[in-house]
Each structure stands twice: as C-alpha cells, then as structure tokens.
Design a protein around this ligand. Structure first.
Ligand code: AMP
Length: 116
C-alpha cells in the first residue's frame, strides 16, 4: 500500500521501540537492530526520501544536515577519534532493504576495504 509507513517512520512516531541516541527537528539516530560492528547506528531523516537517487534540490540542506549530525553523533558517542564509516545503501546492488533514506554509522572495529 502506498500510504503504509516505513519501519523508520514507525520508529519516528514511537509506534515501535528503538534505542535513540540523537533526535532533532529533521532527523533521528538509533541503534541498528542487527549490528554489523560494535557500534552500528542508523541516521534517518524524519521526512521520507526513499533513497539517495530519489533526492532532489529541495533535499540539499537535509543531506548536508545528516552528514554534519553524523560527526556530532560520533563526538557524543565517543568514536570521533577512533573513526567510523558512513554507508548509504542505494537500490538492489547497494543492498538497500528499507526504502527510507538512512546513513549507517559503523564504528568500534577496523573495517575492511573493499566492502563485501
Ligand atoms: P539497508 O539494508 O541499508 O536498507 O538497511 C536497513 C537496516 O535497518 C538494516 O541494517 C537493519 O538491521 C535495520 N533495521 C531494520 N529494522 C530495524 C529496527 N526495527 N530497528 C533498528 N534497525 C532496524
């Protein structure tokens, strides 16, 4: 159904629980339910942009905001110095499962490159 909420909207609306580490007027950051690193956070805009390739000029400020918040969260959560990786999975080959734009913030272990 076109009007069905994404899982991240349900978290935003407190219909399902999440371990939220940051919230402001434009985004929400919470722990991934299936962590791929000791720290695995999802940074999600409150308005639904399905994926990066669906974003347009009107999303410019929001996209910049998400990147700046990722650094703010890194400072608050204590992995600014050790480092972290920001991942956006876009479309089938990118591994996108939830059609609601989100940044993965992965930290707490040395991540390999190239990714699998
Ligand atoms: P992606 O594959 O980039 O679309 O990532 C979706 C992510 O959402 C996966 O890492 C899932 O583990 C995560 N996820 C799905 N449901 C939940 C949930 N209820 N709470 C937290 N993370 C979730």
């Amino acid at each position: 159904m076109a009007d069905e909420k994404t899982i991240f909207e349900k978290i935003r609306d407190r219909e399902i629980p999440a371990d939220i580490v940051h919230e402001d007027d434009r985004c929400l950051c919470f722990r991934d339910i299936s962590p791929q690193a000791p720290t695995h956070l999802l940074l999600v805009p409150k308005t639904v942009v399905p994926r990066l390739t669906a974003a347009d000029e009107s999303d410019r400020d929001l996209l910049g905001h998400l990147l700046l918040v990722s650094a703010e969260v890194a400072r608050k959560e204590g992995f600014e110095e050790s480092g972290y990786r920001v991942v956006i999975n876009n479309g089938p080959d990118g591994g996108e499962e939830v059609p609601h734009l989100h940044l993965h913030l992965l930290a707490g272990r040395r991540l390999s490159w190239p990714p699998g």
